[in-house]
Design a protein around this ligand. Structure first.
Ligand code: ATP
Ligand code: MG
Length: 765
């Protein structure tokens, strides 16, 4: 049977899959089969009896990747792989903490705060303590806390060197106390708490060290310091012992040293901004004395022109370990490049192309629209919706992050744990039940005085506030009583109704979509038991079976916090895939639309200020290009609406790094100077009578795209105009000719309008 498992591997891949039990690092470029090697190795280890499924710990970067890996493994192995410890760092830590909540000092029903919850918890805390949120912006406070946690630092460990810093540390402490009181943990806490339990609890650590004889990690280049420390601990290579101790311990079998198998690509390290440390690769080689360092250079994913573009681009990075990918798939199609006058026109172009591809038989799920920042998805989503094309967004405003869903989840959280203050504060007056902000403040004061949760403080509250909030508490208690023992989806159904949320959205003219989403939540709960399967439903060991398992509701709530999936398209429906380039890591599609390739957007303007920023953006671009199998489109816009303003973009510098012969321009190529230009530059251009002006960075002397020959109607893109009703604006798009000519004009505050040029009374400004 091994033979079929190992068939279709090239010699280097085969060597990697069947390496003896020794630490190994597979370092290879995109699409060279790293994930395939890792998955096949797990199957091979199990199938040849080298390890039991319980002995494997496998870490993936996203939930989507974890699901794919489980599916592939189930196809390769005739065993139930559900109980295996395979998932993201966060997912695995969540599982660990549920099992060992007592050792971790957490209530069994602890809830997970996602990024938004964390922000509202911080804001609530700052308000309660009278902290100036202009001086200490809650976002910064959140970053500070997360950074500390990701570096393994508790408030007492942070070095305080000035007043400002002292305040941050104080807030960190207050926040931590609040989380402990409420029994909630944020994402970074999941990791740090797990790490600390393993560090301090020797019997538990020893148990897991013995249990996981094989630890495999995908996308190793993007692990952060804490994640790596966590892996070292589990692998029996922790810093907690001197070398002599470690040798003695290993000899006496007190600790087991796991076989670590990491795969990664330094060229795809794209999470430095979140603390990922590509240096972990060096550390791994040193700490584990890795002698098996395997390179894979054949790419099985992309056709030649696509691959050559990726290779040529990434060569511009100075800091690389250096590897060149090749393919025997042939050159394939050239990369199609498209310049759009506006972001709406770009979306229109992409939709038309997707339509054409689907008509030609390409599955929608094999078409991906990628963008650098989440805000860009809106134009595509609107177009897809208008045309009734099913689509699915990964990341961004995810299903579980929508307001109505978060409200419903808050009620569900109160069913699990009424002391969850974040949930309590969210829905105490939602739907409105006459509980004013003043009453909530009184309650918060009382809770602080008495050292209890908000729920616990209600009993001490007199007067009007006591009565109104008391009624809310009765409602919550009543709902908990009524839902006891019900199947998960009935619990959800009940609370949506009994909380008054459903009635609230029914009364709202625009509430229909929200009701649909709430119904979708009931569906998600119904399917959760059956298929999502919080992996704990199949305890892998006796030890796990003996531990209390969380209720299905607790499991569902964790899933809601951790899951990055979305439900715009029905499950199983063939849908176009939309996501940021970051979220696309590790994935592949037949056709990829890489959009918004404008200076300031991609590379992102923030990266220009940072050391190594451009190199990280280039790696991101490399990741984006290498997602495509057969067809790649790269587009950019002359103007784009962002944050309510029109921005004129220059085409990204990355175009200059792509090989000319690999590109096919669908719109005329303008050399040198980019296409659009900023308002200041536009003014200069107009003042200069339309003569090209020099710009050192973009090769002055070339003709800007805006200087296209004037058409019969005499208007041109970028022209400033004045309208009697809408005021001043700028033409961002032109269509048609003669009497049918129309212009899209950005009027700033009055918004974006399409006007017929023959009737609109426009003046030039
Ligand atoms: P990334 O760096 O983007 O994560 P990767 O190195 O993990 O890429 P995989 O996703 O494992 O690459 O493989 C890329 C594609 O090539 C997949 O479709 C995989 O099935 C295919 N593939 C890998 N190895 C082979 C092979 N030996 N024969 C045929 N196809 C292969
Ligand atoms: Mg991969």
């Amino acid at each position: 049977m091994s033979d079929t498992l190992l068939a279709n591997l090239n010699p280097e891949q085969l060597a990697a899959v069947t390496l003896p039990d020794q630490p190994a690092l597979i370092l290879a470029g995109a699409g060279s089969g790293k994930t395939r090697v890792l998955t096949t190795r797990i199957a091979w280890l199990i199938q040849t009896g080298r390890v039991s499924p319980q002995g494997v710990l496998a870490v993936t970067f996203t939930n989507k990747a974890a699901k794919e890996m489980l599916t592939r493994l189930s196809a390769m192995l005739p065993i139930n792989v559900r109980g295996m410890w395979l998932g993201t760092f966060h997912g695995l830590c969540n599982r660990f903490l549920r099992l060992h909540h007592r050792d971790a000092g957490l209530p069994q029903t602890f809830q997970i705060l996602d990024t938004q919850d964390q922000q509202s918890a911080i804001k609530r805390l700052m308000k309660a303590n009278g902290v100036d949120d202009e001086k200490y912006p809650p976002k910064q406070v959140g970053w500070f806390i997360n950074n500390c946690k990701e570096s393994g630092l508790r408030p007492g460990d942070v070095e305080v060197n000035d007043e400002f810093n002292r305040k941050y540390v104080q807030l960190y402490q207050l926040y931590q106390d609040q989380c402990e009181r409420e029994g909630v943990v944020d994402f970074a806490e999941l990791l740090l708490r797990t790490y600390e339990v393993l560090l301090k609890n020797i019997p538990l650590r020893t148990h897991y060290q013995h249990r996981f004889s094989h630890i495999l990690i995908d996308e190793f280049q993007d692990t952060n310091t804490l994640q790596y420390a966590w892996l070292r601990l589990l692998a029996g290579q922790g810093e907690y012992m001197s070398d002599i101790d470690r040798t003695r311990a290993a000899e006496s079998k007190r600790i087991a040293v796991a076989n670590i198998f990491a795969v990664g690509d330094d060229d795809q390290s794209i999470y430095a901004f979140r603390g990922a440390n590509v240096g972990n690769m060096d550390s791994l080689v040193r700490d584990f004395q890795v002698r098996n360092l395997i390179k894979l250079e054949q790419n099985y994913r992309s056709h030649g022109h696509i691959l050559n573009s990726a290779n040529a681009l990434i060569k511009n990075n100075a800091k690389r370990l250096g590897k060149e990918l090749w393919t025997d798939a042939g050159v394939g199609e050239q990369v199609r490049v498209f310049e759009a006058p506006s972001d709406l026109a770009e979306a229109q172009f992409v939709l038309e192309e997707v339509g054409g591809l689907t008509r030609d038989g390409w599955p929608r799920s094999q078409c991906a629209i990628l963008y650098r920042s989440n805000a860009q998805s809106r134009a595509f989503e609107q177009g897809l919706m208008r045309h009734g094309i099913p689509y699915r967004v990964y990341g961004g405003l995810r299903f579980f992050e929508r307001a109505e869903i978060k409200h419903a989840l808050a009620y569900l959280r109160l069913m699990e744990n009424p002391h969850d203050d974040t949930a309590f504060a969210r829905v105490v007056n939602l739907p409105t039940r006459g509980i004013g902000a003043r009453s909530v403040e009184q309650l918060q004061d009382m809770a602080r005085e008495r050292g209890t949760s908000l729920y616990g403080a209600v009993a001490f509250l007199a007067g009007k506030a006591g009565t109104s909030i008391g009624a809310f508490v009765k409602l919550i208690d009543g709902m908990r009583f009524a839902t006891q023992g019900l199947p998960l989806h009935e619990i959800v159904e009940h609370i949506i109704d009994a909380s008054g949320l459903l009635a609230m959205y029914r009364a709202d003219k625009e509430g229909e979509e929200r009701i649909e989403n709430l119904e979708e939540l009931v569906n998600a709960a119904r399917n959760f038991n059956a298929e999502e399967g919080y992996a704990l439903d199949a305890p892998a060991t006796q030890a796990e079976a003996e531990n209390e398992l969380p209720s299905p509701l607790a499991a569902f709530l964790s899933h809601a916090s951790l899951e990055a999936g979305d439900n715009q398209a029905q499950a199983g429906e063939d849908a176009v895939q939309l996501m940021t380039v970051h979220a696309a890591k590790g994935l592949e599609f037949d056709a990829v639309f890489l959009t918004g390739l404008e200076e300031g957007l991609f590379p992102h303007e923030n990266s220009l200020k940072e050391d190594g920023g451009i190199e990280e953006e280039r790696r991101l671009m490399y990741v984006a290009i290498t997602r495509a199998r057969k067809r790649l489109y790269i587009s950019f816009c002359a103007s784009r609406m962002m944050h309510g303003q029109t921005r004129y973009g220059l085409k990204s510098r990355f175009f200059d790094e792509l090989p000319e012969e690999a590109l096919r321009w669908l719109t005329p190529k303008i050399s040198g100077m980019g296409t659009g230009f900023s308002a200041g530059m536009r003014d200069a251009w107009q003042r200069g009578g339309g003569k090209p002006f020099g710009d050192a960075d973009y090769g002055g002397g070339a003709v800007p795209a805006f200087a296209k020959p004037q058409t019969s109607h005499g208007w041109r893109l970028g022209q400033g105009v004045r309208h009697p009703k809408f005021g001043e604006g700028v033409i961002v798009n032109l269509e048609g000719a003669g009497n049918d000519a129309r212009a899209q004009i950005n009027f700033g505050e009055a918004g974006m309008k399409w006007l017929a040029l023959s009737v609109a009374r426009l003046e030039r400004v």
